[in-house]
Design a protein around this ligand. Structure first.
Ligand code: ADP
Length: 557
């Protein structure tokens, strides 16, 4: 086994990998940015090395710095965690060329699955059903229109290089396709550096069910059952469980078989996840394969007893896969985020108090007293409960959330408590439309009179964040400048990409009317008019990347 590895990641996943390294007697060095110099993973690692400034582009995504860090610290292998460089085929290739083991699949498999249009074709050839849609990337809007007419609306336009729920648009009417095509393309270029799009039939009220697979170099491949991740906001998962509720024996067997067929088709090595949508009639369709360890992997670990990170390490060390997969009980996970539950804006601050629950699995990235910054993903912890039955697992998670306390930073804790008590969730009747069907606003428990819950909160609808960092509040209010007090400039609360422009020069806008939507930190953040005004000028276009503080729109009262 390796003597020493480098962890090129941060937060909870860095700690998660560290834990297994410790159990296996492997020394682990954490590569970190200057912002994370005093982070919990750095404090707990056997060694640490700084790879650059806070901005991920210059540190966690800085390939030369990471390769040098591995060389300097005598690390034989690199674990990329999830996100960051984990699905970057060039990085995996460079590791290989430098004689450092990349703990993950081959660059070829990463590249193939990273092009989602190509992955669809691959899956189809392997015998897995795919969502009706384009054969390869779309050449033109006309081609998209013809295809959409053929398969029927609604359709979903997706970036071939997309991920994290970004770069996709649902189109319900033919005359909305052109606009979706352009905005999606602009977003894809800005976020993923590729304008390639493809199109699929939009499956209404689908369940997202994914299959965990493991493969070794000798060609042994197994599946470790499925996870249901249907509860999502903006195509991002919020609650995950295993086994999936309400799947027939045949559907489950079909899904697992199709997942293995896809993994075999790309000679998949390491841990990976094959994702499907299951429609109301129980038919399933491949959507993509994730070639890394996933955020929600602990639910599978709790029901199978297999340590997926340990398996990744053994497989990377060229050992033969030898796991006994027996599913026991039920597991459910929720993600505790530092975010305003109303606007979904990430929150920053010091965790004055952090009481995480006992008696269930908690994968945290921070402890009490730590700072939560806005530079990275605002996840505080994952709470994962296991029980002999589904009801028992949910009851344990419910109690655990009641025991959880966070002060100093606004979190989605009230939302999670609401979620795990919801009758539709408890009955296992959730689909990807859950939060649209049951907006939290309509539910009594969320009608709290004070704090972040006062006023209206609706999914995807903007309203200025009441408990946001000072600079965000300032932007929402607008900083007045120019002649007298009549003019004001709205600035970007944080660096991001403009994904929608909703106002144009000369428009009369209402108080709180959304003017544009900025995407930052994987979240869509509406920028709203602070008062009734006329739009004097719009300084940005869809797809533009903007710096924090950049002037977006000028208004005249
Ligand atoms: P990403 O790589 O960004 O996570 P996916 O292709 O995995 O993108 O899709 C993420 C989510 O978007 C799915 O779980 C589902 O909720 C929704 N989605 C994607 N494709 C479709 C589709 N064809 N029909 C309905 N929903 C879809």
């Amino acid at each position: 086994m390796f003597q020493k590895i480098l962890i090129a990641n941060r937060g909870e996943i860095a700690l998660r990998i560290l834990r297994t390294c410790r159990e296996m007697g492997i020394r682990a060095v954490v590569a970190h940015s200057t912002a994370d110099a005093d982070s919990l993973p750095v404090r707990q690692a056997d060694g640490s090395i700084c790879i650059g400034p806070a901005e991920a582009r210059s540190s966690y995504l800085n390939v030369p710095a990471i390769i040098s860090a591995a060389a300097i610290t005598d690390s034989e292998a690199i674990h990329p965690g999830y996100g960051l460089l984990s699905e970057n085929p060039a990085f995996a290739e460079i590791c290989r060329a430098c004689g450092i083991t990349f703990i993950g699949p081959s660059p070829e498999a990463i590249r193939l699955m990273g092009d989602k249009a190509q992955a669809r074709q691959m899956a189809k050839q392997a015998g897995a059903p795919v969502v009706p849609g384009s054969k390869g990337p779309l050449d033109s809007l006309e081609q998209a229109q013809a295809l959409a007419d053929e398969i029927g609306y609604p359709v979903i336009v997706k970036a071939a290089a997309g991920g994290g729920g970004r770069g996709m648009r649902i189109v319900r009417e033919p005359d909305m396709l052109a606009r979706a095509f352009t905005t999606c393309q602009a977003e894809a270029v800005a976020a993923f550096g590729s304008s390639e799009l493809y199109l699929e039939k939009f499956i209404e009220e689908a369940r997202h069910v994914e299959v965990q697979v493991l493969g070794d170099r000798s060609g042994i491949r197994v599946h470790l059952g499925e996870r249901d991740c249907s509860v999502q906001r903006r195509h991002q998962k919020l609650l995950e469980e295993s086994p999936a509720p309400a799947l027939s024996r045949e559907t489950r067997a079909g899904l697992c078989k199709a997942a293995l067929a896809v993994a075999n088709a790309v000679n998949y090595v390491s841990a990976g996840t094959v994702e499907f949508l299951v429609d109301r009639s129980g038919r399933f369709y491949f959507i993509e394969m994730n070639t890394r360890i996933q955020v929600e992997h602990p639910v599978t670990e709790l029901v199978t007893g297999v340590d997926l990170v340990a398996e990744q390490l053994r497989i990377a060390n060229r050992e033969r896969l030898d796991v006994d997969v027996t599913l026991t009980g039920h597991a459910v996970e929720v993600r505790l985020y530092a975010e305003d539950p109303r606007s979904f804006l990430p929150q920053a601050g010091r965790l004055e108090r952090l009481r995480l629950p006992h008696g269930i699995r908690v994968d945290a990235g921070v402890e009490e007293g730590d700072e939560v910054g806005v530079a990275y993903d605002p996840m505080i912890a994952k709470l994962i409960a296991h029980g002999p039955t589904r009801d028992e697992a949910f009851a344990r998670l419910h109690d655990a959330l009641a025991e959880t306390e966070v002060a100093g930073v606004v979190t989605n804790l009230p939302f999670l408590r609401w979620l795990v008590s919801h009758p539709a969730v408890l009955a296992g009747r959730t689909t990807t439309a859950f939060l649209t069907d049951f907006p939290p606003l309509a539910e009594p428990p969320l009608r709290l009179p004070t704090g972040p819950w006062d006023g209206a909160w609706r999914l995807n609808l903007p309203s200025p964040p009441p408990h946001s960092p000072p600079d965000v509040d300032e932007a929402a209010r607008g900083s007045r400048s120019g002649d007298g007090a009549e003019q004001s400039a709205l600035t970007a609360p944080m660096p991001g990409t403009v994904i929608r422009v909703l106002a144009k020069e000369g428009d009369r806008v209402e108080h709180r009317q959304p003017l544009l939507v900025l995407e930052a930190m994987k979240m869509e953040t509406p920028v709203v008019s602070p008062y009734e005004a006329v739009v004097r000028s719009v300084h940005v276009a869809e797809g533009d990347r903007v710096a924090g503080g950049a002037v977006l729109v000028e208004l005249e009262e």
